[in-house]
Design a protein around this ligand. Sequence first.
Ligand code: BMA
Length: 321
Amino acid sequence: MSPASTAVFPWEERPANCNEIIWRYSHNPVIKPSQVPCGNSIFNSAIIPFRDGYAGVFRVDNRVRQMRLHRGFSKDAVHWEIDEDPTVFVPSGKDTAPFQYGYDPRVCTIEGRHYVSWCNGYHGPTIGLAWTDDFEEFHQLENAFLPYNRNGVLFPRKIGERYAMISRPSDTGHTAFGDIFYSESPDLCFWGRHRHVMGPAAEGWDATKIGGGPVPIETSEGWLLFYHGVLTSCNGFVYSFGVALLDLDEPWNVIARARSYLMAPSEDYERVGDVPNVVFPCAALHDKDTGRIALYYGAADTVVGLAFCKMDEILNFVKTA
Ligand code: BMA
């Protein structure tokens, strides 16, 4: 979703000595745990254009080491005011208690309403959904899927008159497998017509498991999907991210998928932290007029990084890399 024309778009030009398709913000990490008093770490987080600036839902692991979602606002998508207290999601079902536990949020605007999808706990990890119009009250819907599932990412418009979401069925732990599936819903409650989108590659950076990243971006060539991929090294998992292009009407059909990763952990704040060697994107801002994309990613499960790329170069990369 493009920001309001009056909003500042977060952007830095590619450094003169850089030949990469994607380049990092020179003041990374853009968001640090010290921005919330209780923060042990702030990482896989979602932001969207909101009014004349930006709003966000941040993954904060607190000093009890509980996983919580906190709301924040910013004028420029770089400097953030993040709530000290976790966001309260008010359940719509009368049998459910308010959820506190949650991680890896995405925020998606559909027909003017903002939806949060995240991983919550209901007899194991699965996909929670909530909506808000004002970022003051958050109304929780039914969980989208049975456990175990992670990385639920909504599409920003209905496809074939139905809401659409990708997700990644998983297990209770540090899942050693994972394919991306597509599901649709007439009402954001009942999800079905599940389709396989893509799985891990036969070899390389995304050979262990993959999962959707930011909300897909609609282009004339298809849905642009940034996704994370995991390699199992002799020292554990390495999280990188890449890009694929999905059919506009049947997003379970993959038009193109870059074989090379777009970004792998290489900076100190990506290689060293609570979980080393992780870059995990959860949000992308796109300025349609200039083709600029600003990507927000969790780094080493500790901080948030910001990186920049350009739509025409990414569309070329996804077909050729
Ligand atoms: C995944 C999720 C992410 C995390 C990643 C690396 O399974 O739990 O929140 O960033 O592992 O630890």
